[in-house]
Structure formats: C-alpha cells, structure tokens
Design a protein around this ligand. Sequence first.
Ligand code: TXA
Ligand code: MG
Length: 310
Amino acid sequence: MKYNLSNIKKSINLLNKDECVAIPTETVYGLAGNAYSDSATLKIYKLKKRPNKNPLIVHYNSLSMLENDCVTNSTFYKLYREFSPGPITFILKLKKENKISKNVTNKKKTLAIRFPSHPVAKKLLKSLKFPLAAPSANISTRISPVSKEDVLDEFGDKIKFVLNGGRSMIGVESTIIDLVGKPKILRLGGLERKKINIFFKTNLKYSDKSNNLNVPGQSKLHYSPGIPIKLNVTKANQNEAFILIKKRKKTFKNYYYISKTKNLKQAAKNLYKTLRKIKNNNYKSISVEKIPNIGFGEVINERLKRASIK
Ligand code: TXA
Ligand code: MG
C-alpha cells in the first residue's frame, strides 16, 4: 500500500503534542495517543467515553521498546516470531520501572500489547519515540471502524485527525492471548483459533470471564449498532435488514450480503461495515441468517451475540 508521507508527518506532530489521532491497522482503526503521556491517554478515554476501568491496548513497533516496559517470556517470543506483526494481542506483566501512563492500565500490573502489520501503522510507530495506546476508534460499546469514513461517522469533528490507510483488511479486532500464567484466549479475533491451537499443540482455553476486567468478551453490550439483532433467522420481514452469507435466488432491498459464497473470512471483513450501513439506512432491527460456528464464523457469532444483548 502506498502511503501519504505528509499525512504521517502531520500525525507525528500531533502525537508529539499529546493529541489523539485515529490510525489504520489491519484489524480495525485505533484511536491513538502517546502511551507514556497522562494527558494524551486521558484524551482517548474522554473521546471514546470509555469507562476508565477498561485498560487500553498499547501498540509497539520494536521488541526493544517493549522490553523496557514488559516482562517477556519464551512463549511470548515464540508466538511473536510466528504471528507478529499481525492480529494478535498479548497480555504481559508490566515491569516495575515501566513508562506506561497509569491511565492506560488503571492500576493493573499487566499490559495488553500488539505489533500491528499495517504498513502505515508500522511507518508511524517507527517514527515515534513512544508506543501508542490505541483502543478501537469508536464510541464505547459501538461498532469498530474499518475505514477513515467510519471513524468520522463515530467522532465527526471531535477528532483532530484521521490518518487514512484504506479499508482494514481483517475487519475484526485482534485475538487476545493472556500470557500471564497458563496461556489462554481472552478474546476471539483476527488470528484464527485453529492456528493458535496448532501452535500450542493443544486447544487453548477461551475464557472471557477469566478476569474482572470489562473486556469485550464479558456479557456486556458491545460492538452494537444500537438496534436489536436476531440471530439464526431463516426468513426476515421486509422492514428489517437481513444479513446473509450466501447468495439467494431472489434478492430484496433489505438483503445485506457479507459474503455471497459462505466465505467466512470475507464475511468477517464485511461485518462492521455492513452493520454501520444498516444503522445509517435507519433500519430499526436486524435479522441474521445462521452462520456456521467455525473459523471466522465463530468470531462473527460471538460479536453478533454481544451486539444483540438488550
Ligand atoms: O485489533 C485490535 O486489538 C484493535 C486495534 C486498534 O489494535 N484494538 C482494540 O482495542 O480492539 P480495544 O480497546 O477496543 O479492545 C482491547 C481490549 C479492551 O476491551 C480491554 O478490556 C482489553 O483489551 N484489555 C486491555 N488491557 C488488558 C489487560 N491488561 N488484561 C486483559 N484485557 C485487557
Ligand atoms: Mg473496542
């Protein structure tokens, strides 16, 4: 992907001044600020209307910078070599002498960290002297943005700058693995569970209730377009949006295909864009056809379940 150097420079200037900038990543767009700065990280919480007990993910480009802040272990290095940069987030222990702002962790002794692979995010991170705290660039509980337009749809002119990096290729958030103690998955996401299980030669536990954090996995409303969602529907009413993964003989105005060929990876990529479109087309409810609970289908189902909690 070609990137616009003057926009990257503009982002660097803003970030150096403790301002927030929305940045592209391969999963979803993030709302970024200097992870070492109290004032920058406070702005992230304010803009997102995020409860301050919910800690932020920090994005690094170099292992050496990470090693200043976190305690690493051999499982981490092996996973890093296999899957980073990419859609995987690690929970690691913080070093005592770390530089991370206390706003990021909310008194926790662990940190969520990630190495994004998006070329624009990498270029930006490489040019900075600090890592970037960057939760998804949406108002708390809403749908994550997968393009510059989506970020503007969330924040309008409340945000100083959106660094354009095109459409996020994966379209759902990263997979979170907790490496403090016995490895376990805290959030299903852009890195397929199967690949992680092959790596560990065992089925890793997936537990979204394993800690007291307000993580997206917990049964709270999340990823929500703000209207009711019904799952496993075979026939939808004309006045509700119908999300489908396989082409039907007859298509109606209220049909929204996230794939036409049951391609679940493609469906995951299109999910948030489609939910946002449906919301903006003023539908009052959404029905979704049954989606096989395998691979990216599992991620889609998990997100839709959270989004449909009333
Ligand atoms: O793909 C992604 O991960 C995107 C892009 C922008 O990198 N970011 C993202 O951030 O999804 P966010 O904040 O929307 O989701 C990260 C989740 C948070 O809900 C938070 O609760 C959890 O990670 N988290 C953060 N720190 C944690 C920690 N120390 N232990 C357990 N969970 C943590
Ligand atoms: Mg989020």
